[in-house]
Each structure stands twice: as C-alpha cells, then as structure tokens.
Write a protein that binds this ligand. Structure first.
Ligand code: ZN
Length: 149
C-alpha cells in the first residue's frame, strides 16, 4: 500500500507525523515522544546560527532552520544540546542514526517515523541524494513502517 506523509507538525511537547494512505484515508497519527525545544530556546538557537546551518554551514535563512536536538528526551532541552539545522541535515542526522537511535536518545521505532517525515519534506532531488547515500537504512525505515501500519 502506498503511503504518503501529509504533514509533520510540532506541537508544544510532541512531534506528530500524520501518515495518510493513498486516497486520503486517515491511517495513523504517530505521537512521537520527543520534547521540542520551547520557543525561547528554539529562537536562541536560530539567532545564534544567524541563518547558517550548524551542520553543512550553508546559508538557508533563519525561517528554514530547524531547532534540532543532539540528544533527545525531556531532560535535554537546554541550548547546549541544540543546533540549528537545515532540513537536509536534520533528515540526514536521523537517517544516519537508524540502527543506533538509542545513541541519540530515541527509540528505534520513533526514529524511523521521524526519518520518514523529514525525508519526505525535502525536495525530490535532495530526497534522492539521501536515499542513495543511506539506502540500506532507508530500506529498514520503509520495511518497518510497512509492517507496523
Ligand atoms: Zn545543513
């Protein structure tokens, strides 16, 4: 069954990925137990980066940066545990940790969902580059999501 991610939303304390099956039928709402940075820390990280990605150092503009955790979890919301990443680097960070998600404070299944959401938000060309580069890990993400949903 073909699935499409319709949105990856961030509420105050959770990232939610909404996965829709083809045809628009609601399939699953994944509540991923990540605590987001609060607005103040998020703003601070983006201001500190000044429009440049802390990963690839490209200038992408403040509005496109994502306040990203190095180590996830409710107790890790200090600015020292954060970076401002472009969408590509954020997707890559999670994809590169498929298989060792616990090293960044995530459950494996939560990291699969986060990967799926972030990769699908990239433009097609960037998706292709990442999927090629991490093809084995990407296959694991797809296989896992297929089995569970
Ligand atoms: Zn980047």
């Amino acid at each position: 069954m073909k699935k499409e991610i319709s949105s990856l939303q961030t509420s105050k304390d959770k990232h939610l990925a909404v996965i829709l099956v083809q045809g628009g039928v609601f399939l699953a709402l994944l509540g991923i137990s990540l605590a987001s940075f609060d607005k103040r820390v998020s703003r601070l990280l983006k201001e500190r980066a000044n429009g440049f990605c802390d990963g690839c150092k490209e200038h992408v503009g403040k509005e496109n940066l994502i306040a990203s955790h190095l180590i996830h979890g409710v107790k890790n919301n200090s600015p020292e545990n954060g970076r401002a990443l472009c969408p590509y680097c954020e997707a890559e960070y999670h994809l590169s940790h498929v298989g060792n998600a616990q090293s960044i404070g995530l459950k494996e299944k939560d990291n699969y969902s986060v990967c799926y959401g972030h990769v699908h938000q990239l433009p097609p060309f960037d998706q292709d580059i990442l999927i090629q580069r991490y093809s084995e890990k990407w296959q694991r993400v797809l296989k896992k999501l297929d089995k569970d949903y």
